[in-house]
Design a protein around this ligand. Structure first.
Ligand SMILES: CCCCCCCC/C=C\CCCCCCCC(=O)N[C@@H](COP(=O)(O)O)[C@H](O)/C=C/CCCCCCCCCCCCC
Length: 218
């Protein structure tokens, strides 16, 4: 019984991730860090269910999620409620390494930027998945989305490792199955709901970082 409860807990649900990203935006379009990291946790769940070959990717994501959760639960947690308040607090208090990594190598702003860049990959990948056909290859969709976004921020060795991981991605039917939504039509509908939500969170964060010249944080 306890075993099945654990398995249930680990199960990915696309609906859950969609709900979490919906919760990210406050009335005045601030982005809640708590829900942002919860969205990533859900995605990591999905990736973990694809096999060990993706561990090096999910470990990095988990590590970054944990850094943000620690800030959120720390003594200055009230400043980390939204991405907007986090950026302001860290900049006002010189808590961000702006030029090169120094005394604040793992600031919230720098850590979130890494996930933010990955969110762009996700947006591009999900859009490809949404418009794909039965014989489309997830490895190609994933690689194309990666080359168009996140890869530009990665050194050669990471690009190479990511490229190899993409090769062993399961096919579209397995992908859709793991999403736990129902048939392909339902998945496509749900992706149609999820993508604008994710795009909005991405764009608000992108604008905030651009306004503060933070898009290239080391
Ligand atoms: C709706 C379900 C379908 C899609 C589900 C996708 C699930 C994806 C879950 C997690 C994605 C991983 C996010 C990775 C964050 C990477 C952040 C990053 O860029 N880190 C690098 C830089 O960090 P610093 O060194 O500056 O601290 C770090 O070097 C990266 C290391 C790991 C390799 C990252 C490769 C990223 C490939 C992204 C594609 C994931 C493919 C999964 C396919 C399901």
């Amino acid at each position: 019984m306890a075993g099945s409860a654990v398995i249930e807990e680990q199960k990915f649900s696309l609906q859950e991730v969609l709900d979490t990203f919906k919760l990210c935006l406050s009335e005045n379009q601030d982005v809640y860090v708590e829900h942002y990291v919860a969205g990533w946790r859900g995605l990591v769940k999905f990736m973990n269910s694809l096999g060990n070959v993706f561990t090096f990717i999910s470990k990095d994501a988990v590590n970054k999620i944990q850094i943000l959760v620690n800030f959120l639960n720390g003594e200055n947690g009230s400043h980390y409620v939204t991405i907007q308040s986090m950026v302001k607090y860290e900049l006002d208090n010189q808590l961000v390494d702006l030029e090169k990594r120094g005394s604040h190598p793992e600031s919230g702003s720098r850590t979130l930027l890494r996930l933010h860049r990955a969110l762009r990959w996700l947006e591009l990948f999900l859009e490809r998945l949404r418009t794909s056909t039965e014989d489309s290859k997830t490895s190609v969709m994933c690689a194309d989305a990666y080359n168009e976004s996140l890869s530009q921020h990665h050194p050669w060795v990471i690009r190479k490792a990511a490229g190899m991981a993409f090769y062993v991605l399961p096919g579209r039917p397995t992908f859709f199955e793991v999403m736990n939504v129902g048939g392909a039509e339902k998945v496509v509908d749900m992706l149609g709901d999820a993508i604008p939500m994710i795009s909005k969170v991405y764009q608000i964060t992108e604008d905030l970082y651009a306004q503060n010249n933070l898009l290239e944080l080391p």
